[in-house]
Design a protein around this ligand. Structure first.
Ligand SMILES: [Zn+2]
Length: 199
């Protein structure tokens, strides 16, 4: 990894500015880590990468290489330009938050992606207006023809990565999902760190 490699700590969040035309490479370093990912217009966090608008734009449940990811104003903000993983990502699931862990029976505080988004943006002096639906990189949520969804272990391998090109000046936020009660981060696996590079 290069000097510019930044760590998204296990169970934590990080964000970075990505200028129009720059790339961000998001690395699933240890192989079975879901990385919740958001993008915001650098000049207006009320414009954000929107999964519902992106599904409509591409007429696809999960973006493929070459697809634009668009904002709630239907403008491309990122383009997926490379994906060394099998291409299994999720656009359906809300970011985990304190209420999600409450439903799972957790009484005390549990690290969560929504708070990780707040922390990552906060390091840059920004504050989200709400928690947009994330692009859940490497998250394996297969669906059935009757609409059923299930939580499965990732099908990725260590070092798999995706690369996005920025279509506007933006801020990309990432959370190494701390979900350790459902098998989404490997079978009973502990959440691990991930990494990214902007270039
Ligand atoms: Zn999460």
């Amino acid at each position: 990894m290069s000097d510019e490699t930044v760590t998204v700590p296990a169970r934590g969040g990080k964000a970075a500015h990505v200028k129009k035309g720059q790339h961000i490479k998001i690395i699933n370093t240890h192989g079975e880590q879901v990385v919740d990912t958001w993008a915001f217009n650098a000049d207006d966090v009320a414009e954000f990468m929107a999964m519902d608008a992106t599904r409509a734009y591409n007429q696809r449940m999960v973006p493929k290489v070459g697809d634009h990811l668009v904002t709630n104003q239907r403008r491309p903000i990122l383009t997926l330009v490379e994906d060394t993983s099998p291409g299994v990502h999720d656009t359906q699931m809300a970011a985990c938050d304190r209420w999600r862990y409450g439903l799972l029976g957790v009484k005390e505080y549990h690290d969560n992606c929504a708070d990780n988004l707040t922390a990552g943006l906060g390091e840059l002096g920004l504050k989200e207006t709400h928690t947009p639906a994330p692009l859940n990189l490497f998250m394996n949520i297969p669906w059935t023809p009757d609409g059923g969804l299930s939580f499965e272990a990732p099908v990725t391998k260590p070092g798999d990565y995706v690369v996005f090109k920025a279509e506007m000046d933006c801020v990309v936020a990432m959370s190494a999902c701390p979900q350790d009660l459902l098998p989404i981060n490997g079978k009973g696996g502990e959440p691990t760190e991930a990494h990214f590079e902007v270039y």
